[in-house]
Ligand binder design. Structure first.
Ligand SMILES: [Zn+2]
Length: 290
């Protein structure tokens, strides 16, 4: 392990209450931290200021503490404006960004989409010399390179980020930092050497590796993408659907041990739900990591 990057992180967005999918994700983060010798950081990812709510931020901490999780460091993206501006300047000096004033409609009409339904931005505005400012997104000149990484659970992956997503946005048209930019800047600055997250974010990896390198990071973090637990209809749990919140379950009187046991059973770590402490749950996941 690189001593400059001793952390892994649990990084929920405060756009809703935590649900069982988050609990599984946290268990993977803590299990991987123990297995590979990393420390855990809680990062509140409120880069989407139009959807983040203070009540959800408070609830993230309270629900994690109620479950028995502890963490050694904490940060919140809305306090990182200076950091993001500074990193954007690094990219600007290297001539690796440009302003884009394509509307959402125009963007979707003039670019192909990838397997995840994201647009593959073809660079319409790259040579227009638009100035940065209101109503302009900032895009990264994604290099056309094949990126290979070793996922700690899924094995070797190769992807060309230029082909997969084109010139992705670092800042959107209303001035909000994007997920892709904020996490890469934060992982670099906050000493994150291991990224543990759901499989649905697998295709963010190649673009994050090239972006990290452009920001000056010498070695990308390690990645571990974990499976998601499905709802009874086989779809992944999402707070935008109808997944019950931990908050709501607490109000109905469930104990943390009962909830953890049910999550571990649902994820297939134990055959049948039984009450489990947070530490026992983490050990179960750790033993099943490989
Ligand atoms: Zn454009």
């Amino acid at each position: 392990m690189n001593p400059d990057f001793p952390f892994t992180r649990f990084a929920p967005s405060p756009t809703g209450y935590l649900h069982r999918g988050h609990v599984l994700s946290a268990l993977y983060v803590y299990a991987a931290a123990e297995k590979f010798g990393y420390r855990v950081r809680l990062r509140i990812e409120d880069h989407d200021q139009s959807r983040a709510r203070k009540a959800y931020i408070d609830a993230i901490r309270e629900d994690l503490e109620w479950l028995g999780f502890t963490w050694e460091a904490e940060s919140i993206q809305s306090s990182h404006t200076e950091r993001y501006e500074r990193f954007l300047e690094v990219l600007q000096k290297k001539d690796l960004i440009y302003a884009c004033n394509c509307s959402r409609k125009f963007t979707f009409e003039t670019n192909p989409t990838n397997a995840d339904g994201e647009i593959i931005y073809q660079g319409h505005c790259q040579n227009l010399g638009l100035s940065y400012g209101k109503d302009h997104a900032v895009r990264f000149k994604t290099p056309n390179v094949s990126v290979t990484w070793e996922d700690l659970r899924l094995g070797t992956f190769t992807e060309n980020p230029k082909e997969f997503c084109g010139d992705f946005a670092l800042k959107d048209r209303i001035g909000q930092w994007t997920y892709q930019f904020a996490v890469v800047a934060d992982d670099f600055e906050e000493g994150v050497g291991l990224v543990v997250r759901g499989e649905d974010l697998k295709h963010s990896t190649s673009r994050q590796i090239v972006l990290a390198e452009a920001l000056g990071r010498k070695e990308p973090p390690l990645f571990l993408h974990h499976p998601l637990i499905a709802d009874p209809f086989g779809k992944k749990l999402s707070k935008r659907e109808h997944a019950a919140s931990i908050r709501g379950e607490r109000e109905l009187g469930i104990s943390p041990e009962a909830l953890l046991g049910e999550v571990c059973a649902k994820a297939g770590f134990i055959p049948k739900a039984e009450p489990l402490s947070v530490n026992d749950s983490i050990q179960l996941v750790k033993n099943r990591l490989f």
